[in-house]
Design a protein around this ligand. Structure first.
Ligand code: NAI
Length: 487
């Protein structure tokens, strides 16, 4: 919930950020002269000032003081150790729920899908966006995909509560659990568990690849979609684009103590500084911010004026079509037209009707599991960087068997990029310089303490261990995946 404030911290960001922010702030000020704005530093300006995280202290302070941030898009410099500002802000502030409505404005804005109205709810903190990446050998780089039970429970419950409070009828969960059975499988399982508690809402699941295709081709099949971070990022761009333009969609990033409002699109460097960008995505986000701040009346006034502008045919370049549009406007002129229409309502499109605080509610997180499972270490995967003997798995297996001799471990298999190459590998399998060697325990008791001894013996064979991954069973169920090709 926003602190009781009329001051809005604004971080204009990069690329088209300053232009669309100027337009949005002007509309907000015209609608509610009591609003005040404080400008803070994020993105390139912060990087240039030596702040590698890209978020100035003034921004953190403003969010602490006011509980909200209206943020323009940020350019994330490639490489160089820069972290994404968006990810830093979302994770530091615990803004785990990302809600992105994608709506078409037919017949006023050309859309492949008239009548489209889909809300994408994206988990905002976990998955590959944890940003834990390593280079482990000359050839192999990895990114960890982290999915947690609390993370799944929170976002899925949020999605059901959102659906219920916004009179939405159906939630579709999207994952790739046919491949990632443990991580995406958890998200799907938690979805199935929680959906039982909401019998009034229809629920189904789709594999993300067909789900993304169907969002593009048949968005009417969807109402609310809940998914993990990366898939949510991708499908919300698809949904926004097919609704009419990526420039139209806004988003809410919600946490227990703060909320951040930003457009779905990025900093669009290709059109920056040319007064052609559509400010609507950021304006839609600002409207959600007004609702969050308890100013639903202002939100309705602005949204209705915006709808009327769109109906009247005044469009930015991305929305423009010679059949449907009356005039092609730049960013500033578009904002002027919205301001002119404050107090007016759309003639045909559905009026905005926000209620105070309807977007502020995060369900309490109550862990569903009271009892922790019994966890038991049953072996270890050793990851090696190995580039000798023409990368012959049999030679590597010989050394590893020697290392495991007289220990509590046995070499069960070796994989390369997840594909089994020993025993009974396939000569066609591409072999990189990175090998995962699985050593289940031969004994019944927990084997954790014996792993360092095995590692020493493997090192003594002249082998380079770049990572270990303990193999656990939970209540007797394996907590690790089989290799591709493993029986
Ligand atoms: P982008 O969303 O900035 O642009 C994609 C395409 O959509 C471009 O052709 C652009 O001109 C157009 N477009 C985007 N917003 C528009 C608007 N408001 N009006 C009219 N046309 C618009 O994606 P791109 O080019 O992949 O990323 C550029 C930069 O933005 C990158 O540095 C990326 O990291 C960053 N980015 C930042 C985000 C954020 O701050 N939340 C989100 C996504 C990307």
């Amino acid at each position: 919930m926003a602190h009781n404030t009329t001051t809005v911290p604004v971080a204009p960001g990069d690329g088209i950020g300053p232009e669309i922010t100027e337009a949005t702030v002007r509309i907000l000020k015209a609608a509610d002269p009591s609003l005040e704005f404080t400008y803070t530093t994020v993105g390139m300006k912060a990087y240039e000032n030596g702040i590698a995280a890209g978020v100035g202290e003034d921004t953190w302070q403003a969010i602490r003081d006011h509980g909200v941030l209206l943020k323009g898009p940020i350019t994330t410099p490639q490489g160089g150790g820069y972290k994404s500002v968006n990810v830093t802000l979302r994770k530091t502030l615990g803004l785990y729920a990302n809600m992105r409505p994608c709506i078409s404005y037919h017949p006023y804005v050309k859309s492949v899908h008239p009548g489209m109205d889909v809300v994408i709810i994206r988990e905002n903190e976990e998955d590959t966006y944890a940003g834990i990446e390593h280079r482990q050998s000359d050839e192999v780089y990895q990114c960890l995909k982290l999915i947690t039970r609390p993370g799944c429970e929170r976002i899925i419950r949020y999605a059901f509560e959102y659906a219920r409070s916004h009179n939405r009828k159906k939630i579709t969960c999207m994952t790739k659990d046919n491949i990632m059975k443990i991580t995406d499988g958890l998200f799907h399982d938690v979805f199935d568990e929680i959906s039982q508690q909401y019998p009034d809402i229809e629920s189904d699941h789709m594999i993300i690849d067909i789900g993304a295709a169907r969002i593009a081709s048949r968005p009417h099949d969807f109402d609310v979609v809940v998914t993990t971070n990366l898939y949510g990022d991708i499908i919300s761009d698809i949904a926004a684009e097919v609704s009419g333009s990526i420039g139209l969609a806004g988003s809410l990033n919600l946490g227990a103590g703060a909320a951040m409002f930003e457009a779905v699109h990025g900093s669009a460097p290709d059109i920056a500084g040319r007064n052609v960008a559509n400010p609507s995505g950021l304006l839609m986000s600002a409207i959600m911010m007004m609702v969050y701040m308890g100013k639903a009346g202002i939100a309705n006034t602005i949204h209705n004026a915006w709808l009327r502008t769109v109906e009247d045919g005044y469009h930015t370049r991305d929305m423009f079509s010679s059949e449907l549009s009356k005039d092609l406007l730049g960013t500033r002129a578009f904002a002027d037209h919205v301001i002119e229409r404050l107090g007016r309502v759309p003639l045909n499109l559905q009026h905005a009707d926000y209620q105070n605080n309807e977007l502020s509610t995060l369900p309490d997180y109550v862990p569903s599991k009271e009892k922790r499972p019994s966890k038991h270490c049953v072996g270890v995967d050793l990851f090696l960087n190995w580039d000798d003997h023409d990368r012959d798995p049999e030679s590597l297996a010989g050394m590893l068997r020697e290392a495991a001799n007289d220990t509590s471990f046995e070499l069960k298999m070796i994989t390369n990029r997840g594909v089994k190459v020993y025993p009974d590998g396939n000569p066609e399998t591409l072999k990189t310089d990175h090998w995962r060697c699985r050593f289940p325990s031969r004994v019944d008791e927990d084997i954790t303490r014996e792993i360092p001894g095995l590692m020493t013996r493997v090192n003594e064979q002249g082998l380079d261990i770049v990572k270990t991954e303990n193999l656990y069973s939970f209540d007797g169920e394996p907590g690790y995946s089989k290799a591709q090709g493993e029986g």
